[in-house]
Design a protein around this ligand. Structure first.
Ligand SMILES: Nc1ncnc2c1ncn2[C@@H]1O[C@H](COP(=O)(O)OP(=O)(O)O)[C@@H](O)[C@H]1O
Ligand SMILES: [Mg+2]
Length: 322
């Protein structure tokens, strides 16, 4: 009973704090457990994430850290085991079938890693982009001109009449972005869209995502393990063990050219728990416990070593017990 009350109090505190107010994506302690052959895999372990409308965010993390699981949930293709996930006011955990169809068709667009999964091989780029519009109340000429505009914006107008096997991998992925954007979604999700491409081509594909973000205002979330690509994003979120761990925010360069100044952040969850980045903690041998000191404008975090204590409080050494 006491546990339940504590949980409710926590809940009340969280909603009073206005967590995720005005955001486009809000994940609150998202959990996804897969059960396969009697073995449970916790792919997401209480993930918290807030993304504002109009942001372009890159997501990085080791293989198996839960990135695709999160993307599939955000795409409305999978449902969380526990926790809350809201996108553009839709509560994805409790959507009825009809709302889910509308969500997938009109709110979210998706680009997959495998180029073959994004485009139909026997249709041209133009036809591929017009395909998702077949349900829209749009005339054929309007559909065609929308598809042409998208190809232009994504830098592949020369591919209009080509089928996928007549395009390079990078061109196919840029056309795939066009397919995902055809229905004018609010959110564009791309799960390792550059995974099969070399770095230079990957940068072109990322450039197309940036163009979509800047020109259409669509919110973009892109998973990538190409550091050249993630280095182009203003906000990079690292996922580790099914949770958001650190974030890098890069300021826009003052002169408009060259990379901006990058600052690393750790994520504070709603209970203000903080996970120190592994490399930083390892470098100082931090484990089990760290020493904190409140300063007027920051909090200091030190390794837990006896040397850090005032002499009178020092722990007895092992020798004294012997
Ligand atoms: N359909 C599934 N059934 C069982 N386990 C799964 C399934 N999909 C993913 N997993 C497991 O969940 C974890 C997270 O996977 P995933 O989200 O694909 O990670 P990432 O995209 O970051 O590489 C992994 O341990 C993976 O093996
Ligand atoms: Mg993946």
């Amino acid at each position: 009973m006491a546990g339940l009350e504590a949980l409710r109090a926590d809940e009340a505190r969280r909603s009073a704090a206005g967590y995720g107010d005005g955001a486009l994506i809000v994940c609150d302690r998202l959990v996804r457990v897969y059960s396969a052959e009697g073995i449970e895999v916790q792919a997401l372990q209480g993930l918290d994430l807030v993304i504002a409308p109009g942001e372009l965010t890159a997501m990085v993390g080791a293989s198996g850290s839960g990135k695709s699981t999160l993307m599939n949930i955000l795409a409305g293709l999978d449902a969380p085991t526990a926790g809350v996930v809201k996108v553009a006011g839709h509560d994805l955990g409790s959507m009825a079938a009809r709302e889910r169809v509308h969500y997938r068709r009109s709110v979210v667009g998706f680009v997959w890693q495998q180029t073959s999964r994004n485009l139909l091989p026997y249709l041209t780029a133009l036809q591929n982009i017009q395909l998702p519009l077949r349900f829209a109340s749009m005339s054929q000429p309007a559909r065609r001109s929308r598809a042409l505009e998208l190809l232009e914006m994504l830098g592949v107008p020369h591919c209009a009449r080509r089928r996928p096997d007549e395009m390079s991998g990078g061109e196919q992925q840029r056309v795939a972005i066009g397919v995902a954007l055809a229905g004018a979604p609010t959110l564009l999700l791309a799960d390792e869209p550059t995974g099969e491409l070399d770095s230079e081509t990957a940068a072109d594909v990322f450039g197309a995502l940036q163009a979509a973000n800047a020109e259409l205002g669509v919110t973009v979330l892109v998973v990538t393990h190409d550091s050249d690509v993630s280095g182009m994003a203003r906000r990079v979120i690292a996922i580790a063990d099914g949770r958001t761990s650190t974030e890098t925010l890069r300021s826009a360069p003052a002169d408009g050219g060259g990379p901006g100044h990058a600052v690393e952040y750790a994520v504070l969850d709603r209970s203000r728990r903080l996970q120190l980045p592994e490399e930083m903690a390892d470098a100082l041998g931090m484990r089990d416990r760290v020493r904190l000191e409140a300063e007027p404008d920051h909090i200091g975090v030190w390794p837990d070593s006896p040397a850090a204590l005032p002499a009178s409080d020092a722990q007895p050494t092992g020798d004294e017990h012997a």
